[in-house]
Design a protein around this ligand. Structure first.
Ligand SMILES: [Fe+2]
Ligand SMILES: [Fe+2]
Length: 265
């Protein structure tokens, strides 16, 4: 079965380019499961329930987020309204599983595809340079004990390439894929690890590439040049969709193929 994972959608440019391409990719590769990282979909900062609904209407099965999960308060209500055992859309929006105890939302979703394959999506966040996160390595060990599905996709939202690569090795043979998000730059290291886990350090942003990781470049340069604070705005130019396709055996969950996709206008 084929799984499509779409990297961090950034602002309106990112939403538009994904809407343009997602349908034909899905058809051409007979994709059965679509997971989208949507933490920057709302103008670069967070996700609104309305945009989440749009992504589900586009065919997304699960949405992941990251450190921007709390940027739009209405998303907290949207996630909290869905009970833990629900399959509702609000329950299909994940935040990192290893945040502080007691925060709203869930870090794991378990579902079944249209053809009857059980799957799980797990989101973890790195703790290197990300200070509100608990150790992701032990967190995933205990979370995996409760997951029955063989097909398991992990979105590892982290800053440091070392931590991401280490997580790939930590989970090799235990999950179908470990795909990195957050740094917004696609890495060319996609591979199948020896135990059968598909790995890529970062899937890359689906958003405007004439920018600094999505933000208007002049605003970021001003901050670097002067050290003064300023409002960041989403850029628009040169949108590209970055995604990764993972092919796996639905009975074992082992990955057989991994392919990077980068599509522009
Ligand atoms: Fe992001
Ligand atoms: Fe992030």
């Amino acid at each position: 079965m084929n799984i499509l994972f779409v990297g961090d959608i950034f602002g309106s440019a990112g939403r538009r380019i994904v809407r343009e391409h997602i349908g034909h990719i899905r058809k051409a590769h007979e994709v059965e499961l679509i997971v989208i990282n949507a933490e920057n979909a709302a103008g670069g900062f967070g996700l609104t329930p309305q945009l989440a609904e749009e992504f589900f209407d586009m065919g997304a099965d699960v949405l992941t987020t990251g450190n921007h999960v709390w940027d739009k308060r209405e998303l907290i209500d949207y996630m909290s309204a869905a009970p833990a055992d629900s399959q509702a859309r609000g329950r299909r929006v994940l935040r990192p599983a290893n945040l502080q105890p007691g925060v709203p939302g869930y870090g794991v979703f378990e579902g079944t595809t249209a053809s009857g394959v059980d799957y799980a999506v797990l989101q973890l966040q790195g703790c290197v340079f990300m200070n509100t996160t608990n150790d992701p390595f032990h967190a995933c060990n205990s979370l995996l004990e409760d997951i029955q599905a063989k097909v398991i996709l992990v979105d590892f939202h982290a800053e440091a390439t070392s931590e991401k690569v280490a997580m790939g090795w930590h989970l090799d043979g235990r999950v179908t894929a470990v795909l990195g998000t957050h740094t917004h730059i696609p890495t060319a290291d996609e591979r199948i690890l020896p135990g059968g886990t598909a790995f890529q350090t970062d899937v890359g942003m689906s958003g405007p590439y004439d920018s600094v990781i999505g933000v208007e470049k002049e605003l970021v340069l001003h901050r670097f040049l002067t050290g003064m604070p300023g409002k960041f705005e989403a850029a628009k130019g040169n949108p590209k969709m970055c995604a990764t396709l993972v092919g796996c055996d639905p009975t074992t969950g082992r990955a057989a193929r991994i392919q990077r996709i980068m599509l522009g206008e």
